[in-house]
Design a protein around this ligand. Structure first.
Ligand SMILES: [Zn+2]
Length: 182
């Protein structure tokens, strides 16, 4: 921490907090405890959001414990999980920390998209042609490049998952840091 480019980290925490608030304000009104019902595909959004929040925290925690088994308990406030991860992985090798940064930035994108903010992918350059023309395709769960010259061998528009966009984002940020450090 301490560098001025930590807004992405704050972004992920703020987004996660927002989702958790959403869940709290739209609680799942399920059957009373003890009644067993089959969960159909139209499960309430808030339940899916809770799953998302839980899975996100678990992923960050697994990364943190893999790097630092003595990291102690996960913070009670879910949005604090990123700072907790930073604090317990800051002495890890650069490549290991980069992996954490990729997870965090991918989650930032995931949280935004889950909250309906699809424009977040437009702020990322296309990993192939480097232009600003990515659009989110909800059904594919991928970003598609709208540059008509940016196609694969079969002539289809190139698409990218959020992990790829996050990887490219972190790599670009590192190059920038290295360039300014020399
Ligand atoms: Zn492209």
């Amino acid at each position: 921490m301490g560098n001025t480019d930590d807004t992405d980290g704050d972004g992920a925490a703020a987004r996660l907090h927002h989702l958790q608030q959403y869940y709290r304000e739209h609680p799942v009104t399920g059957p009373a405890e003890g009644h067993r019902t089959t969960v159909h595909s139209g499960a309430p959004l808030s339940l899916a959001t809770l799953d998302h929040v839980t899975a996100s925290v678990r992923e960050v925690a697994e990364h943190t414990y893999a790097v630092n088994p003595g990291a102690g308990p996960i913070p009670e406030s879910v949005a604090a999980v990123y700072d907790w991860c930073h604090a317990h992985t800051e002495h890890a090798p650069e490549t290991v920390r980069a992996r954490g940064e990729v997870i965090e930035f991918r989650q930032f994108l995931e949280h935004a998209i889950r909250a309906g903010d699809h424009a977040v992918v437009r702020k990322q350059r296309c990993p192939k042609c480097r232009t600003w023309g990515l659009m989110w395709q909800q059904q594919m769960q991928r970003a598609v490049c709208t540059n008509t010259d940016c196609v694969d061998r079969d002539g289809f528009s190139r698409t990218f998952d959020l992990a790829r966009l996050a990887y490219e984002h972190v790599a670009a940020r590192k190059n920038l840091r290295q360039a300014s450090a020399t």
